[in-house]
Design a protein around this ligand. Structure first.
Ligand SMILES: *[C@@H]1O[C@H](CO)[C@@H](O)[C@H](O)[C@H]1NC(C)=O
Ligand SMILES: *[C@@H]1O[C@H](CO)[C@@H](O)[C@H](O)[C@H]1NC(C)=O
Ligand SMILES: *[C@@H]1O[C@H](CO)[C@@H](O)[C@H](O)[C@H]1NC(C)=O
Ligand SMILES: *[C@@H]1O[C@H](CO)[C@@H](O)[C@H](O)[C@H]1NC(C)=O
Ligand SMILES: *[C@@H]1O[C@H](CO)[C@@H](O)[C@H](O)[C@H]1NC(C)=O
Ligand SMILES: *[C@@H]1O[C@H](CO)[C@@H](O)[C@H](O)[C@H]1NC(C)=O
Ligand SMILES: *[C@@H]1O[C@H](CO)[C@@H](O)[C@H](O)[C@H]1NC(C)=O
Ligand SMILES: *[C@@H]1O[C@H](CO)[C@@H](O)[C@H](O)[C@H]1NC(C)=O
Ligand SMILES: *[C@@H]1O[C@H](CO)[C@@H](O)[C@H](O)[C@H]1NC(C)=O
Ligand SMILES: *[C@@H]1O[C@H](CO)[C@@H](O)[C@H](O)[C@H]1NC(C)=O
Length: 873
């Protein structure tokens, strides 16, 4: 993070629920002051917030995202900041106890109330509650002032790192961006900077588990047995004798589907757990986007006393689905189908294998208080519109708040969720592990009821990167660091997941070769495979980056695995977006400001006198464009997704591609397909197209010069149909009608382009209706950078009646036709970055997401193609 370590997000504070005479006073809102005496700063503040946002709102600092402010404002992160409330009114004096509850204090705080020290905290990802009953009763209403001192996270991280006897790692293992020592503290790891984002370092349960009878984590359950609903409530104090748990299940129309007493399966001094079975026929299943309906229910759990009064009651919105990351060994019947030996690595929803299509979700803002529901709603609409069904919620950001899971539940977006560890190894002293255990318990229990939760993974790039770096740097120390890795990821995090839930799978590392054995009768149920590989067998996930631009179209360069969870190449955001965060004089490809906002590749601490790294990233983009053309990024992703999807029908039985990355955290060179304000880049349109159910795609073997064309479908029913091929030259002359290799040998194809299209009939999963699926694609033997393109004679019109744009090519083949629109609106076209054949006309509709131009943006729409002519409307 650029050093805005704004110390924190105080998301909510109030009295603790789950005690009978509760009276909740919210501390969210205005009436706060943020101050630093040494710096002589004291300004009004509002919760939830972060220091940078309050300082910006009061004009103490400029926009943290503007220009080079992520360097210039680092002093904020190196300082302590104190948030002070007005006297808290409304605390009833006739309650037996008063508690302070915090959901998200980022990160190091010292809390005082009525002038008394209450507690200190050190983990952004935990929920904290403190009993302040004694303080409250001995304190006058006017003295009930809450004060929270946020320590400087980078200072504290450095201090912890330099404690005597502190853990160290071999050189090159810990990935460092803008601030060092992030691994020692439990704070959003990307607050310390990442290759796509700035560094600002902001400072700041009841579980319901729905699973199939007999289900165990990580294993496919039977689908023809009843559901089990398990609920466990935390409570304080003495549970009245004879109290029982009751449940009511309602559908979204509030019609009761089932209700009754739950059987008490367990009770400790702090938790009571009840269970019930629910007949399968009573409920409809929840399915991800494109695979069926997102049917949801409400379940209410009531803790009822012997005299039949409700002690506490909690309602969660749930869905009935099973989701498993199946990493079991390839079975005999799979071998008989031609699947290569090794292990599976795919998801199964309600017992069905499916192709996971999606991308990686990073924190949408360096300042979480700015992440509003409306903005996330818009972003997730773009995920659905982009034909995606899964997002990997990348480790090293923050655990997503419930409203993000709620939106995902409604829209059918599966969230592969991760604990916040990545690209580093972590300490394993008992205090650190206890802190992590509390953090994991809280978050696992908090989100388990969401049907969109697809997986818990321990962290990012651990087995495929960190342990390998140890082996390179200090091979003799590998056993020690592997043992430490297991202490955290297999002996600490796994028991939290398996202990709280039966419905969700766990994988210690995102990108791994999966488990070698899984046996629930062992104290340590999971043994990792690590690098224990047999040639000819295929195992887990792939994570692939190669910044040598010649990899494009070279299928031999792409990895063969069961599931691709990361791949990509960076590119520039639009001029419209750049203009919102840098000044006009800096608007050139390699200006100092642009270069310093390019944080790729990560190599050592980035600061204003170290532009060496940034220039590598800028050079890679330049080389790619010089070798190919400006659409390089999108075309590379298309080429990889085609390759991975074709693998679904090959022995590696590849069943997922999640590209890096869905969206931007600010405006800078990065991998995103959606810009900071919601604008789609070419990549998101191109991904939408290649994530259609049925696709046709060319595969060119650069060694032999042979071209093959494959049709791939991710539907569950067979698809039948026809394909069409036609060769053109760039002027649009039709070279040959049918694709007959022998005839083609007579042609010089250097300046030819092959049109291919498929039209197939099949049906969507969970839908019996037949429908037609169409897809088209183009192949050009020569890089478009050197192809002799001709003016395609584009024509653009808009009809206010149909509210559609019409684009046509009148005099040639138009490659990568691009409709652009001015700043001030955010929208997406239903298709863009497409090709047009001569005399082809396409209607383009749009979805408007926000508009400050009062419709004026329509007059600013332009069209261009790679031939490089921009035409106004
Ligand atoms: C800064 O905050 C830390 C953590 O709360 C605390 O230990 C330290 O004393 C504070 N320093 C000042 C000058 O307030
Ligand atoms: C269901 O009940 C809740 C709570 O009483 C209410 O907010 C909601 O509007 C109701 N929904 C319908 C569809 O009636
Ligand atoms: C009851 O809960 C305790 C504490 O979480 C746990 O150790 C024990 O295994 C549980 N018993 C059952 C039967 O689930
Ligand atoms: C519950 O019991 C455990 C072990 O006996 C103890 O450590 C813990 O403090 C108790 N919790 C409460 C809330 O009383
Ligand atoms: C999905 O929902 C639609 C609209 O409510 C309904 O017509 C259809 O039958 C549902 N499909 C399934 C498989 O439940
Ligand atoms: C290209 O063809 C060569 C020679 O037949 C073959 O060895 C290679 O595997 C092919 N490459 C791809 C990616 O199919
Ligand atoms: C930008 O700078 C890099 C690094 O010096 C250089 O390799 C690249 O060619 C430059 N790109 C442009 C478009 O000037
Ligand atoms: C094909 O045409 C291109 C450009 O017109 C030319 O450079 C190349 O030599 C030709 N190839 C053959 C085999 O004639
Ligand atoms: C562009 O399209 C419009 C509407 O289809 C048509 O009237 C006009 O003649 C076209 N212009 C050119 C230059 O082809
Ligand atoms: C507008 O364009 C969309 C997308 O091509 C198309 O489905 C729709 O039929 C068009 N509307 C009209 C009225 O032509």
């Amino acid at each position: 993070m650029r050093l805005f370590f704004p110390p924190f997000a105080l998301v909510a504070a109030g009295l603790l629920p789950f005690i009978p005479e509760r009276n909740v006073v919210s501390l969210v809102g205005d009436g706060w002051t943020v101050s630093n005496n040494a710096l002589n700063v004291s300004v009004p503040a509002s919760l939830p917030s972060q220091v940078h946002l309050d300082l910006f709102a009061n004009q103490v600092i400029g926009d943290p995202y503007y220009g080079l402010n992520d360097f210039n404002l680092r002093w904020v992160a190196w300082s302590n900041w104190t948030y002070t409330s007005l006297p808290i009114a409304g605390l009833s004096s006739n309650v037996s106890s008063t508690w302070l509850l915090f959901n998200g204090l980022d990160t190091f705080t010292s809390i005082s109330f009525c002038g008394h020290h209450v507690a200190s905290t050190n983990n952004q990802f935990r929920q904290y509650w403190f009993d302040v009953s004694t303080i409250t009763t001995s304190c006058d209403e006017t003295e009930r002032i809450l004060s929270i001192n946020f320590g400087s996270a980078p200072n504290i991280a450095n201090a912890i790192a330099s404690e005597p006897g502190q853990e160290t790692w071999p050189s090159g293992v810990q990935q460092v961006f803008e601030f060092p020592n992030r691994c020692f503290i439990r704070k959003e790891q990307s607050d310390f900077g990442w290759d796509w984002g700035p560094a600002f370092a902001p400072a700041g349960p009841c579980i319901v588990d729905i699973y199939r009878q007999g289900q165990l984590n990580n294993l496919p359950p039977a689908q023809d047995v009843p559901w089990v609903g398990n609920a466990s409530l935390d409570y304080f104090g003495q549970l009245p004798a004879g109290s029982i748990l009751q449940y009511t299940l309602k559908d979204m129309q509030n019609i009761t589907v089932a209700s009754g007493a739950m059987s008490r399966v367990n009770q400790t001094n702090a938790t009571v757990t009840g269970q019930t079975t629910i007949a399968a026929r009573l409920v409809d299943l929840w399915w991800p986007n494109q695979l069926g309906n997102q049917t949801l229910y409400y379940i209410t759990i009531d803790l009822v006393s012997a005299s039949n009064t409700s002690l506490t009651c909690v309602t969660k919105r749930i869905g009935f689905r099973t989701i498993v990351l199946n990493e079991s060994p390839i079975a005999q019947d799979q071998l008989a189908q031609g699947i290569a030996p090794g292990n599976n690595c795919h998801f199964e929803i309600n017992g069905h294998e499916f192709y996971a299509k999606g991308s990686n979700f990073i924190p949408p803002d360096a300042f979480w208080p700015r992440v509003a529901v409306e903005r996330m709603n818009q972003l997730f609409d773009s995920v659905v519109d982009g034909n995606q069904n899964m997002l990997r919620v990348w480790a090293s950001g923050a655990y997503s708040p419930d409203f993000i899971y709620d939106l995902a539940d409604e829209k059918g977006i599966l969230l592969w969720s991760e604990f916040e560890f990545g690209d580093a190894l972590y300490p394993i002293d008992p205090a650190f592990l206890d802190n992590v255990r509390e953090e994991a318990e809280y978050n696992v229990r908090r989100v388990n009821h969401h049907p969109s939760l697809a997986l818990w993974a321990g962290g990012n790039e651990l087995e495929n990167l960190e342990l390998i770096l140890v082996n390179q740097s200090a091979p003799d120390q590998l056993p020690r660091y592997m043992a430490e890795y297991e202490t955290l990821f297999l002996n600490t995090l796994l028991p939290v997941v398996f202990g709280n839930s039966k419905s969700i799978s766990y994988a210690p590392s995102s990108t791994s070769n999966g488990w070698l054995s899984l046996n629930f009768s062992n104290a340590k149920p999971m043994v990792e495979r690590y690098y224990n590989l047999t040639p000819g067998s295929v195992y887990g996930e792939t994570d692939f980056y190669n910044y040598e631009p010649s990899v494009l179209y070279n299928d031999s360069a792409y990895p063969i695995g069961r599931f691709s969870n990361e791949f990509g190449y960076h590119s520039m955001p639009s001029l419209q977006s750049w203009q919102s965060q840098i000044s006009a004089k800096d608007l050139s490809f390699n200006s100092t400001t642009v270069m310093l906002r390019d944080h790729h590749p990560p190599a050592g601490l980035l600061n204003t006198s170290n532009t060496a790294n940034a220039s590598i990233g800028q050079a890679q983009m330049t080389e790619a464009v010089q070798l190919w053309y400006p659409i390089f990024q999108a075309d590379l992703y298309v080429s990889e997704i085609e390759f991975y999807r074709r693998g679904s029908g090959l022995p590696n039985r590849q069943l997922g591609s999640l590209y890096w990355q869905l969206e931007d955290i600010w405006v800078a060179p990065a991998w995103a397909g959606i810009e900071y304000d919601g604008r789609w880049e070419v990549l998101h349109y191109a991904a939408k197209d290649i994530y259609e159910h049925v696709i046709i795609a060319p595969y060119y073997n650069v060694t032999t010069g042979n071209l093959s064309v494959w049709v791939t479908s991710d539907l569950w029913q067979p698809a039948t149909g026809t394909v069409t091929f036609a060769w053109y030259d760039w002027s649009g002359k039709h070279l040959i009608n049918t694709f007959i290799t022998t005839i083609l040998q007579g042609y010089n194809l250097t300046n030819a382009v092959l049109y291919m299209a498929v039209e197939a009939v099949s049906s969507l999963p969970n839908d019996n209706a037949f429908r037609t699926f169409r897809h088209e694609n183009f192949f050009h033997p020569t890089a478009l950078q050197v192809a002799q393109l001709v003016n395609p004679g584009l024509n653009l019109t808009y009809s206010p009646t149909t509210q559609n744009f019409t684009v046509s090519a009148t005099s040639g083949v138009a490659a990568w036709v691009w409709l652009d629109y001015p700043a001030g609106a955010v929208l997406n076209f239903d298709s863009n970055a497409f090709w047009l054949l001569p005399n082809e006309t396409r209607q383009v509709s749009y979805t408007l997401k926000s508009d400050t131009t009062n419709g004026g943006w329509i007059n600013g729409v332009t069209v261009q193609s790679l031939w490089n002519q921009t035409l106004p409307l």
